[in-house]
Design a protein around this ligand. Structure first.
Ligand code: COA
Length: 633
């Protein structure tokens, strides 16, 4: 992916409006180097660490000045030096399947319906509420998001609707709904693998009434009684190049072109799913997340999806509903805000029951497939089934306390929870039994103690901002974990002090990340700019520490919402835990995922240990504070 600054400025950036927010500045090299050494020290010691220091020194003196100079030029030229790179690297150029790692699932609270009529009623209401949110976003009427007092970039809200990834060999394209000149007025409804175009807005861009939407959904149901024998949408769950080949071949047929364009231009997708049961040992909530992430396999609902679309509402039959969301155009928080808004409409029963009816009839979107494509459909279905079977995902709600507790102790809840992940991982994976197992495995992990951890930080304070990585562990985090687990036990006051240092260091780094002084994207920039300018790749990027730092064993994201809405995603590597969390006032909600095929990780085990860790951390804090108070008397 070699693209110069000018090429980028002329493609992706030309169509984006710049906001009034500041441009993303190029980070300071000295700060990045300092962070690098600190994070290295949390993972290495002795001779290894000395070698790392020497490589870093060499990079700083010999390679960095030229690379930073080039980066500065790019930062001067573009509204956001990172976003075009990031869109490519993190999303469009990746050839791996979208479910279950790239595309998150999102779950609504359980709704009260249990009948086929209820399914259509809720599908109609969710669709109408989403369309109202779309109109608010389109007309700049959404409440301004903020981080503290700082306004955040709002452009991601507009990218959510009418947007599609177009599979292309070597690198996908993204078509944003907000870039179409024409007014988009329809959604696509999928049932039993059949696709239908359904009108949702009238000619004046007014949302259709609930009865008008429901009538169309009834028509969809009557026309989709038996499963589509060739549900080509399942191929969108497969590797991107495989899907790109199929997409190109489908487009040779003019009727297919019309259907595919209708899908590309749909404001969103609604999947009317069939009933599904949780696998043995899992809950209804776990099953809801499976439906939102991948649809439960080709025999259940995975063939009832079109994974390229940014938003697919997934409507089950028993009150469990959610969304499969394609990550390229937006981060979780705008999606969470959409879901919260929809819940608000239910809370206040704010649906338009009288109003415009449909001006067009429901249109079946036929897609003709040949023998070759049909064979691919079968293969993609098998591949999806393997992924669905391999993913171990559990919903875990911690009830003894919520974010109010760390706040009451003057600790950042997010930093507190991140330290709980560090400790939980250590407790599970530092045992002798585990180490033996791990070493025998062909997928040997780098860290047997505190895990390299990814946490998303928003860069939306800056125009077109996406994300940075609040990585852990720091040296303070490693020290806290070791003190907590020390035998004989370190005095509680010292453990408490180390927890305060670890959470303070994490919070300080969070602020650095949110203020464009994070390490990860800066390193990425140096690496990419060297390649783009045909410079040799500096030794630091081939070093052991660079590999260690980038082999994440815990991949996390906080998505807070007002309602009980949970997001989930798969782990970013075979031996990794994927954790999406929603800290609420009096409870903490987690979605934990692992791959069964790895063998040494388990979502349920992590949930169980996390429960214990959170209880233990509170106990340490309470004991330490009590001791401090008695000392004062
Ligand atoms: N003492 C008391 N209260 C504190 C505190 C302290 N030392 N530190 C923080 N708090 C309070 C905050 O004021 C805040 O209060 P509120 O509940 O009234 O809002 C609350 O605790 C939570 O703060 P904190 O836990 O520190 O985190 P945060 O809400 O600032 O979130 C990030 C931190 C990194 C998650 C957030 O900034 C971010 O970047 N979010 C986007 C992540 C994202 O994009 N995810 C999706 C990826 S798909």
């Amino acid at each position: 992916m070699k693209q110069g600054v000018n090429a980028l400025a002329g493609s992706h950036m030309a169509i984006r409006q710049s906001s009034d927010l500041p441009k993303l500045p190029a980070p300071e090299p000295e700060k990045t180097i300092k962070h690098f050494l600190n994070f290295a020290q949390a993972l290495q010691s002795g001779q290894e660490l000395e070698e790392t220091k020497s490589i870093v020194k060499d990079f700083y003196i010999n390679d960095m000045p030229k690379l930073q100079n080039l980066l500065q030029k790019r930062a001067d030229a573009l509204p956001n030096w990172l976003t075009p790179w990031w869109l490519n690297i993190a999303y469009l150029a990746a050839r791996t399947p979208l479910p279950v790692v790239t595309s998150p699932g999102v779950m609504f609270p359980k709704f009260e319906f249990n009948t086929p009529e209820g399914q259509l009623e809720y599908a109609a209401k969710i669709s109408q509420a989403a369309i109202k949110f779309y109109l608010l976003a389109k007309n700049d009427k959404l409440k301004q998001d903020k981080a503290g007092k700082a306004p955040l970039d709002m452009s991601q809200y507009k990218f959510l609707f009418g947007t599609t990834r177009i599979p292309k060999l070597g690198g996908d394209e993204i078509k944003y709904g907000c870039d179409y000149k024409e007014t988009l007025k329809h959604i696509v409804v999928i049932r039993n693998g059949h696709l239908f175009r359904v009108q949702i807005l009238d000619a004046n861009e007014q949302p259709l009434s609930i009865s008008a939407i429901t009538e169309q959904l009834e028509k969809v149901v009557s026309e989709s009684q038996s499963p589509n024998p060739h549900p080509v949408g399942i191929v969108s769950s497969d590797g991107r190049d495989k899907w790109a080949n199929v997409y190109t071949s489908l487009k040779k047929d003019n009727n297919n072109v019309q259907s595919l364009e209708a899908i590309e231009k749909a404001l969103f997708v609604v999947c009317l799913d069939k009933a599904s049961d949780p696998p043995v040992g899992y809950t209804e909530k776990d099953e809801q997340s499976r439906q939102a992430l991948h649809g439960g396999g080709s025999k259940v609902n995975s063939s009832n999806r079109w994974f390229d679309k940014t938003i697919q509402f997934v409507i089950g039959t028993n009150g469990y509903t959610g969304m499969t969301y394609e990550h390229t155009p937006a981060e979780g928080p705008p999606v969470g805000a959409l879901m919260d808004y929809i819940c608000d409409q239910f809370d206040t029963n704010s649906f338009t029951t009288t109003g415009p009816s449909s001006e067009s009839t429901v249109q079946r979107l036929n897609i003709t497939t040949d023998e070759e494509v049909n064979k691919r459909i079968v293969k993609s279905a098998k591949s999806m089934d393997r992924i669905a079977e391999d993913l171990d995902i559990v919903a875990f709600s911690f009830k003894p306390y919520g974010k109010n507790f760390p706040k009451s102790c003057k600790i950042s809840p997010d930093s507190y929870i991140q330290m709980a992940y560090q400790l939980t991982f250590y407790r599970i994976h530092s045992s002798r039994k585990f180490l033996t197992l791990e070493r025998k495995s062909k997928h040997i992990s780098f860290s047997f103690s505190v895990p390299p951890t990814y946490e998303t930080a928003t860069l939306r304070k800056f125009t077109e901002g996406r994300t940075e990585n609040i990585r852990s562990p720091s040296t303070h985090a490693a020290a806290f974990v070791k003190k907590m687990e020390s035998k004989p036990r370190t005095p509680v006051s010292q453990i408490y002090d180390s927890l305060i240092s670890a959470t303070t260091a994490h919070k300080d780094y969070t602020l650095d990340c949110m203020n464009a002084a994070g390490m990860d994207r800066h390193l990425l920039a140096w690496k990419l700019i060297a390649t783009e300018n045909n410079l040799p790749t500096p030794e630091i990027f081939g070093s052991k520490i660079y590999q260690q730092l980038n082999h994440f064993q815990v991949s996390t994201s906080q998505v807070p919402t007002r309602h009980f809405i949970q997001m989930c995603f798969g782990p970013s590597a075979l031996d990794c835990y994927g954790i999406c969390y929603n800290p609420q006032e009096t409870e903490l909600h987690f979605m934990i995922s692992t791959f069964k095929s790895y063998g040494s990780t388990s979502s349920k085990k992590f949930a169980k240990e996390l429960q214990k860790t959170l209880v233990d951390m509170k106990s340490v804090i309470n004991k330490a504070i009590k001791q401090q108070e008695s000392a004062k008397l």
